[in-house]
Design a protein around this ligand. Sequence first.
Ligand SMILES: Cc1cc2nc3c(=O)[nH]c(=O)nc-3n(C[C@H](O)[C@H](O)[C@H](O)COP(=O)(O)O)c2cc1C
Length: 77
Amino acid sequence: MTPIYWGTYAPELETALKEIDFSGKTIRIITTHEGTGLGNVVNDIKRVCKGANVLDNALPIKGSLAKESKSLIESWI
Ligand SMILES: Cc1cc2nc3c(=O)[nH]c(=O)nc-3n(C[C@H](O)[C@H](O)[C@H](O)COP(=O)(O)O)c2cc1C
């Protein structure tokens, strides 16, 4: 789960994502944004999360609608 900042994941996550060994793990990305949608987040997560199986069907949620997105998230899961 990350907000979209400048078209990608929040830079605060970068160090942790680089240091974690994601071998054998699957990552499903949920984002919040305010208009641009996913941007480059899927490809950037694939690049930074070494060994992870990053699924392409990331979920973009309009941040201002996040509180009303429970059913959207449930159907995506
Ligand atoms: C530094 C910064 C960069 C942002 N860049 C984008 C962007 O490229 N595209 C977009 O749709 N929203 C952008 N936003 C809006 C955030 O995605 C939105 O505020 C966030 O998803 C809501 O989560 P938050 O309450 O944790 O910030 C940006 C917000 C900030 C603070």
